[in-house]
Design a protein around this ligand. Structure first.
Ligand code: PGA
Ligand code: ZN
Length: 426
């Protein structure tokens, strides 16, 4: 394959799903053209790569991204045009070197990631492959991931009173993406009905899930179970399982205790609470069950539940291969969340996935709470054989863009298997 000759990079400010500015990058060769939009989180890990914002109080309360756009049309454009690129990894490495700060503070991780994603698409076009096929890993088969629909929002994503951030339904037992999406939409519809009948609000949180006022996570889980039953699906691994992202860093107080409703729990008590939840509900996966700096709590959680439940590190791993490898050596978690904008380039995202593979960790590809219509992560999940993706509720344009792309891929490539684990249907 000839090296890629980039002739132009452009960037502009667009709005994300929360009405905040974000970046849209366009990259072009003499004949090819591709664009990418960058997402943005609200419950971020401390070690995430730095999103460059203007800090100009006269525009968007300081959240404008004109500086990041200028990084793209200035230094990054010069770099991209300076030589032909034989691989995305070469360009990604050169951009990181050019920034020369640890957290991408100078050019901005949003600027660098936008270029990395857009140029990934150029490489795929040049190879005449769909994006997912050009993101495949050696020795790993592509597969359609189980969508994890976040149907009930709490924590930093909604004003619900719920400490836990995400309550997801995962159609592990569905025969295909198309049927999994239908199952998610069916449960969502039945949950809406259930909430309305119970006198709850059916207003939505940031990721499109409902945001009723509830005090305890168990109340939310009970509603989810009922909605799944009402929709006529079996519960658990052969039907629809539940997944949680408590995002525990967000409800840990200064004194180190975790606040759920009116209660203050120690790490040990929170672990015990998860054990009870797993006994009472078909929860197959828990992400950020403990706060990012609570290593002892994470170890205890992994010791107690690691054999039975997928324990996903998000805030503590920030899609960083080094942090995943370090955690694996210390017996923390057994899976990682994969969000390209946490680490900053597509290449480093693939490095994080490789770290998971090396240590027997599973990985779930993820959107951010602030999203756009960009569907890059759908292809990333399929190409890397992740087996799992979370992209919010089966509703709202920026969320369904990802699920619709998965259905398109499945329909266009009927041979691709669906499911969370290679060699099985879930
Ligand atoms: P964020 O949350 O995109 O708001 O950071 C997502 C998550 O915690 O998984
Ligand atoms: Zn999370």
């Amino acid at each position: 394959m000839p090296a890629l000759e980039i002739v132009d990079l452009d960037a502009r400010e667009i709005l994300d799903s929360r009405g905040r500015p974000t970046l849209r990058v366009t990259a072009a060769t003499g004949t090819l053209r591709a664009a990418a939009s960058v997402p943005s989180g609200a419950s971020t890990g401390r070690n995430e790569a730095h999103e460059l914002r203007d800090d100009d109080p006269d525009r968007y309360d300081g959240a404008g991204v004109r500086l990041a756009a200028a990084s793209v049309t200035g230094e990054l454009r010069d770099l991209a045009r300076s030589q032909p690129w034989s691989s995305l990894a070469d360009l990604d490495r050169a951009m990181v070197d050019l920034d020369a700060t640890v957290g991408r503070y100078r050019l901005g991780a949003n600027a660098i990631l936008g270029v990395s994603m857009a140029v990934s698409r150029l490489f795929a076009q040049q190879e005449k492959q769909p994006l997912w096929a050009s993101l495949r890993l050696p020795g790993r088969a592509a597969r359609l991931p189980v969508p994890h629909f976040n149907v009930l929002n709490g924590g930093a994503h909604a004003d619900t009173g719920l400490a836990f951030q995400e309550f997801m339904v995962a159609p592990l037992g569905a025969p295909s993406t198309v049927e999994a999406v239908r199952a998610g939409a069916d449960v969502y519809r039945h949950l809406r009905k259930l909430l309305a009948e119970g006198g709850h609000s059916v207003g939505l949180g940031d990721e499109g899930g409902f945001a009723p006022r509830l005090a305890q996570p168990e109340e939310a889980l009970t509603l989810l179970v009922q909605a799944i039953k009402n929709a006529g699906y079996p519960l658990g691994d052969d039907g629809i399982a539940l997944a949680l992202d408590p995002a525990a860093s967000q409800f840990r107080g200064e004194d180190g205790s975790y606040r759920i409703g009116d209660a203050r729990l120690s790490s040990a008590e929170l672990v015990e609470r998860y054990c009870e939840i797993v006994r009472g509900f078909p929860v197959w996966s828990i992400e950020d069950g403990m706060a990012e700096d609570d290593d002892a709590g994470w170890r205890e959680l992994t010791d107690r539940l690691g054999e039975r439940v997928q324990l996903v590190g998000d805030d503590n791993f920030v899609t960083n291969a080094k942090l995943i490898r370090r955690a694996a050596a210390r017996g923390i978690a057994n899976a990682a969340l994969v969000k390209p904008n946490q680490v900053g380039t597509v290449t480093e995202t693939l490095d994080a996935i490789q770290a998971c593979r090396d240590h027997g960790y599973t990985w779930m590809v993820s959107h951010r709470s602030g999203e756009t219509g960009d569907d890059f992560i759908a292809d990333l999940a399929v190409g890397t054989g992740a087996g799992q993706i979370k992209a919010g509720a089966p509703a709202r344009g920026e969320r369904v863009a990802k699920y619709n792309r998965l259905m398109d891929i499945e329909t266009g490539h009927p041979g691709l298997p669906y499911g969370a684990r290679p060699g099985s249907t879930r």
